[in-house]
Unconditional design. Structure first.
Length: 121
């Protein structure tokens, strides 16, 4: 759990530092913050579903986590479309930051889940 908090903290500090130093403008800063927030909700949902289902039988574990992936992707898609359509954001910056943090956090989720599964064996 600490690794996820660390990733978000480092990401926000990095983005804020770039904005404070004048390297990125306000529009890109806001876009990056929206991307971080979406990834925060996505990772929180993944951890919540994992914590609920980790002590359950295999069928409930599989449905909660695999079904959760589909539901999370659906809500991410809706949120991204809403953000792009209704807010004035830097589209390329948003997409870049979103996917960077998405893949970093997805790798962290896989590492966290596999670490737990090794502990239970």
């Amino acid at each position: 759990m600490r690794i996820f908090v660390g990733i978000f903290t480092i990401g926000f500090i990095l983005i804020f530092s770039l904005y404070f130093l004048g390297i990125i403008d306000l529009n890109l800063f806001e876009s990056a913050c929206y991307a971080l927030i979406l990834n925060l909700f996505n990772s929180s949902a993944a951890l919540f579903l994992f914590e609920i289902s980790k002590k359950k039988n295999n069928q409930i574990f599989f449905v909660a986590n695999m079904g959760g992936i589909g539901i999370r992707l659906f809500f991410l898609l809706i949120a991204i479309v809403i953000l792009i359509k209704f807010l004035i954001i830097d589209l390329y910056g948003f997409i870049l930051v979103f996917f960077i943090f998405y893949f970093i956090l997805l790798s962290s989720e896989i590492w966290y889940f596999s670490k737990f599964m090794k502990k239970t064996k």
